[in-house]
Design a protein around this ligand. Structure first.
Ligand code: KG4
Ligand code: ZN
Length: 335
């Protein structure tokens, strides 16, 4: 069978990225040009500045990706771009470039969901993860529990009904004035706290695999307000530890529920919240008796890059899941 070369492009936030993937999982090049320093002084990503910078950086980044891979435009079998979710100005930069390349080389255009890219990032380092598997993808924008029979497709078992897991960490951190991003700040405070100090509720969503974190957020706020009214000191470390335990418990419980129902071989975590040590520890402990392996990606594949888009694109290529030239960016695209 013939080798498939895909050029993948990503600029949905503040990284301008291009990669060449061979047969999906083989990453020949993965160039990422970060704008972090450019936006730092504003305390966040400024969309207008970001899209102008993407426009400036994209062509040199594509040239570099092709050169490092030793591939010419005419060797490509397809071109892929993220088309959502993300900042619309940024999405349009790579999408327009990908359309142009597709049209001029007469090769298929593949539109990739950014979240699917984050999930497929796991398999770059560990292509031989035993399947079927359960994947929990948790970040500032989403909380999804997925079942993979093989790498060609997944089934969504559950998702959050309100806040994403990372969003809950960020909101509690802001409320307790612990800093940004919230996840690492809450985790740090929790390390010096007692996780059994306060018994916060876990959302009971019956038989579903869904998640809900807004009730927990309200309980934390009510707890703090009540204690303050009574004139009591708040121990932020105990509070952080008890909150974190409640989030981790809900995430782990759904994984265990899925593991019992589906006959799986592995459990995979992805997204920023997967960096949480307590989460990894609790999940490892709780899946041990089921004889499963736990995986999480290394940090540079957790953050935005084009190689992960190229992997997702390859599986779409196999299904002939191509996009028309009329495809638009979808800033609020769901999985
Ligand atoms: O995947 P990511 O880098 O970006 C997207 O949201 O797409 O995830 C960022 C989220 C933030 O909400 C951040 O607070 C959370 O991941 N996070 C953590 C930890 N590190 C990052 N949450 C809990 N514990 C951590 N150690
Ligand atoms: Zn991302």
């Amino acid at each position: 069978t013939e080798d498939i070369y895909i050029l993948a492009l990503e600029s949905s936030c503040d990284e301008t990225a291009a990669s060449v993937n061979k047969n999906g999982l083989e990453v020949l090049s993965n160039v990422v040009s970060s704008q972090v320093d450019l936006h730092k002084k504003f305390g966040g990503v400024v969309p207008e500045i970001a899209s102008r910078k993407h426009l400036e950086l994209l062509l040199p980044v594509i040239d570099q990706a092709l050169e490092e891979a030793g591939i010419r435009f005419e060797d490509l079998d397809a071109v892929a771009s993220t088309y959502g979710p993300g900042l619309v100005g940024g999405l349009l930069v790579t999408l327009t470039a990908a359309k142009t390349i597709s049209f001029s080389l007469n090769i298929p255009l593949i539109g990739v969901n950014h979240i699917a890219g984050h999930i497929y990032a796991n398999f770059i380092e560990n292509p031989d993860i035993e399947k079927p598997l359960i994947c929990l993808t948790i970040s500032g924008g989403h909380t999804d529990l997925l079942y993979f029979e093989n790498l060609r497709g997944y089934k969504i078992l559950g998702r959050t009904l309100d806040d994403a897991a990372g969003e809950a960490f960020d909101k509690i951190s802001r409320f307790l004035e612990l800093g940004y991003p919230g996840g690492p700040a809450v985790e740090k405070a929790a390390r010096s706290g007692d996780k059994t100090a306060i018994d916060f509720p876990r959302a009971d969503l019956g038989d579903s695999y869904n998640f809900s974190f807004s009730g927990l957020k309200t309980s934390v706020m009510n707890y703090v307000n009540n204690e303050e009214q009574r004139g009591n000191e708040i121990d932020k470390n105990d509070l952080s530890a008890s909150f974190q335990e409640a989030v981790v418990d809900s995430l782990a419980s759904n994984i265990i529920k899925a593991v019992k129902e589906y006959d799986v071989k592995s459990v995979v975590l992805s997204g920023g919240v997967a960096a949480n040590q307590r989460l990894r520890e609790v999940i490892s402990e709780r899946i041990e008796k089921y004889n499963l392996d736990l995986y999480y990606p290394k940090l540079e594949l957790c953050t935005d890059n084009a190689a992960m888009i190229g992997v997702a694109a390859y599986y779409q290529y196999l299904e002939h899941d191509f996009a028309p030239l009329s495809i638009s960016a979808d800033p609020a695209l769901k999985l």
